[in-house]
Design a protein around this ligand. Sequence first.
Ligand code: SAH
Length: 387
Amino acid sequence: MNALGVHLARRIAREGPLSIADYMGEALVHPGLGYYMSGDPLGRGGDFITAPEISQVFGELIGLWCAVTWTGMGAPDPVRLVELGPGRGTLISDALRAAAGVPGFARALDPYLVEISPGLRAAQSDKLAQAPVRPPVRPPVRPPIRPPVRPPIRPQWVDHFAEVAEGPLLLIANEFFDALPIRQLVRTNEGWSERLIGMDPEGGGGLAYLLSAPGALAEALVPARLRGAEPGETVEIRPAAEALIGAISEAIATFGGAALIIDYGPAESAPGDSFQAVRDHRYCHPLADPGEADLTAHVDFQALAGIAGRAGLGVFGPLEQGAFLQTLGIGARTERLSAGASEETARALRGASNRLIAPAEMGSLFKVLALVHRDQPVPAGFEKMGG
Ligand code: SAH
């Protein structure tokens, strides 16, 4: 058993079985031993690869989306640009580069990166230092010898969204919500139980799943729309994601702004066990070697949209990622980049874009949800208000 496993075994001996949320919290963000807290989880060969790492076009289109949304907000200055879980900083640096040409936008930005991992904070800082944002190119009287370069954008790093200063808000999150802790409730023949994690009574004394005694406590946690699950089915709830969306929605309702949430999960809530672990690009058992694999669960877009809607926001989507990127012009942007590139690079660019939009790849499983202040226009890429 690894060091985090020993720590968890002691905690279980002391406190009794853990919820899956307790376990995810420890395995992902335990100081020193959690997956995101030790080194660079996205660096060492990469356990998984995300959309901004596949193609620069992803971050560029999101940057332009932010700039257009900002214009629709009445171009507030300052505006908080918040990215939740920026990973290696690729999305934000591609986004800022692409959006720098929109007059006034770069100057108005007060960027915040919500990031808990020290290793990834360092990677984000390096990435942004490499990518100075140029001011918009205006027709010069005489062509300058070198284009003037603005000092690199200096974001503030915070651990939690609650630390972001109040004000008009543009928020982006790609594959962040899937890392937030979930709880699992299981419909048994005797009623609802919670799936917990304790010590395996047999075998080598490792961690093992168990079920709480069925009862009203677990049943009370099941959302009404999922109470009809069949015996044997699992229902997931996401208290941290819901609280966070509540706080974001309140900020947007009060100060104006928008949030763009991209992640994987179904458009409509459904029973199912989506808790998974990935290590070295392979699925593994979520309880094996805690802290050494990435743990995620599907995002419940219907639940998030419901909370934002009740807070009075305009809710757009969820749309499939493929459709969203195509509406924003991924095809044209890819061709534009390919035109100036070698045949090999052009092939790679087209292949990367295809991976983002093809239904069999990331195009359908990944969804995009936009939450917007009621007085603002329909956000780019969406047609009309949804649920
Ligand atoms: N958005 C990036 C990275 C996704 S991985 C991309 O698309 O490539 C998830 C990111 O969220 C990582 O940067 C991770 O360190 C961060 N993260 C995970 N849980 C967090 C938490 N509870 N608080 C703050 N950041 C967290």
